[in-house]
Design a binder for this molecule. Structure first.
Ligand code: NJP
Length: 227
């Protein structure tokens, strides 16, 4: 039987590319985000027998609980979770960015991930499964004036904390740390960025390791241009 992977932020960018790559690798998929139309189109593409779209706002814990209930109703189990939904910041740094943009990042990037973990862990533990969390290279380095960076450092800490908590349960935790990826995350596509498919291959690689192999971190960066 196919294993079940639940992806948040599945409507676009890295999440959508990972859904396609994981389907190719034999996973069945629970696809969550707010944009129902995009999720539905992705389910059509992958096949209704292999994927289900569940609209969900990750900032709302009850909504995440409903998402998990709907996933279990459809597939009966959750083997792996890709906690990937996230948003970027507004320009201006600590001196100029609108403070409400900071709250939105805390709500989606930090609380959204923590809620996904709380809502799914019981089931992932039952499956001795796998959790992949999208942090960022910005969760390792500090970007000037960046509250985004601060939220991703928090996500890195969540991944470390979860790995300790899961010790002895058979659950593996992988932190994904991409550099720049050309997705709708950016208003203007950056030059020399990775493609979402480049990150998706990494996630599927992590998920496809045998139970005895625990891939802690996956930092994926664009090769610097040849001078
Ligand atoms: O961005 P994008 P990426 N509730 O905008 C969803 C990190 N990252 O794929 O709700 C539920 O294409 C949104 O869905 P929708 C980044 O921090 C990126 O690049 O329909 N879902 C969409 O599916 C993030 O953690 C780069 O609008 C919510 C998805 O999130 C992850 O990669 C570099 C939501 C965003 O897709 C995926 O970002 C890096 C909510 N409240 C880390 N709010 C990069 N692109 O360069 C948003 O280091 N979503």
């Amino acid at each position: 039987d196919a294993k079940i992977l639940l992806i948040t932020g599945a409507s676009s960018g890295i999440g959508a590319a990972t859904a396609r790559a994981a389907a190719e690798a034999g996973w069945s998929l629970v696809l969550a985000a707010r944009s129902t139309d995009k999720l539905t189109a992705l389910v059509q593409e992958i096949g209704e027998d292999r994927a289900v779209a569940i609209p969900c706002d990750v900032t709302d814990y009850e909504d995440q609980r409903r998402m998990v209930d709907a996933a279990l109703q459809r597939f009966g189990r959750i083997d792996a979770v890709f906690a990937n939904a996230g948003i970027g910041g507004k320009p201006g740094g600590f001196s100029g960015a609108p403070p409400e943009s900071w709250r939105a990042m805390v709500d989606v990037n930090i609380l959204g991930v923590a809620y996904t973990l709380r809502a799914t862990l019981e089931h992932v533990k039952k499956a001795r499964g796998h959790v992949v969390i999208t942090s960022s290279i910005a969760g390792r380095r500090t970007l000037s004036g960046s509250m985004y960076s601060a939220t991703k450092w928090a996500v890195t800490a969540i991944g470390y904390g979860l790995r300790e908590e899961m010790r002895g349960t058979g659950v593996r935790v992988t932190l994904l740390e991409p550099g720049m990826v050309d997705t709708p995350f950016f208003d203007n596509a950056p030059t020399a960025a990775l493609r979402p498919e480049d990150i998706a291959r990494g996630v599927v690689y992590a998920l496809s390791q045998p139970p005895g192999v625990d891939l802690h971190e996956l930092a994926i960066l664009p090769t610097p241009p040849v001078e």
